[in-house]
Design a protein around this ligand. Structure first.
Ligand SMILES: C[S@@+](CC[C@H](N)C(=O)[O-])C[C@H]1O[C@@H](n2cnc3c(N)ncnc32)[C@H](O)[C@@H]1O
Length: 204
């Protein structure tokens, strides 16, 4: 039987250190001022909690969602160590039916295959409050030969065209969609020059 996505990531996260470090993803941190202060945020595929803990420390009410039990436990431990509180949702996105509306939904390096990718990102847009933002950074398909991070399976990587199609839905505006080269310094998991795709979508 195929191992669940949660168990796969549990193996990676069961090492003692935080695989992607303690600091938030730089793109998410840079765009935090777009979000209404103290609003409710959801971090999708949040792993060990680095973005969620940062956002909670900035005064937001944050829920972190991930399929990895070890990731979510480590996220709560990091929150405790930093003196902030977090809500966690231990869930495979295959089963995700958003129950709340959020001012912002944020995600870094959540790599899903189709058709789950379209389903999850469109559900995320539906789960935003009016004027809310979806903010994400992902590896580009062009990152495939590089060793600075990211999946080694092409069907898990993204292109500008595929994301443009996913977010071409009524009731939202693509504020930013770009592919760029960045130098990553995120724990042991992401190190060095990488080709990423960044997206900001605003709900009308
Ligand atoms: C590359 S890690 C990124 C973690 C975190 N966003 C970060 O940047 O530090 C990808 C995360 O997505 C989660 N993930 C992947 N597929 C998922 C799914 N179907 N449901 C829930 N979480 C998923 C994994 O468990 C893992 O924590």
């Amino acid at each position: 039987m195929e191992e669940s996505i949660g168990k796969l990531w549990d193996e990676k996260f069961s090492r003692e250190e935080y695989f992607y470090g303690f600091e938030p993803n730089a793109f998410i941190a840079l765009h935090t001022p777009l979000l209404r202060p103290q609003g409710e945020l959801l971090c999708l595929g949040e792993g060990e909690g680095r973005n969620a803990v940062y956002l909670a420390a900035e005064g937001f009410k944050v829920t972190a969602l991930d399929a990895s039990a070890i990731g979510m436990t480590k996220a709560l431990a990091m929150a405790k160590a930093k003196g902030v509180s977090l809500k966690t949702l231990l869930l495979d996105l295959e089963q995700w039916e958003p129950q709340e509306k959020y001012e912002g939904i944020l995600t870094s390096y959540l790599h899903l295959e189709e058709p789950l990718r379209t389903k999850v990102f469109q559900k995320a847009i539906n789960a935003l409050k009016p004027q809310g933002y979806f903010i994400g950074e992902f590896f580009s398909l062009k990152q495939l030969p590089r060793s600075s991070g990211g999946p080694k399976k092409p069907s898990l990587l993204y292109t500008l065209g595929s994301l443009k199609e996913i977010f071409a839905i009524a009731g939202c505006e693509i504020v930013l969609l770009e592919e760029c080269e960045v130098c990553l310094d995120e724990g042991k998991g992401h190190q060095g020059d990488a080709l990423v795709i960044r997206v900001i979508v605003k709900k009308s």
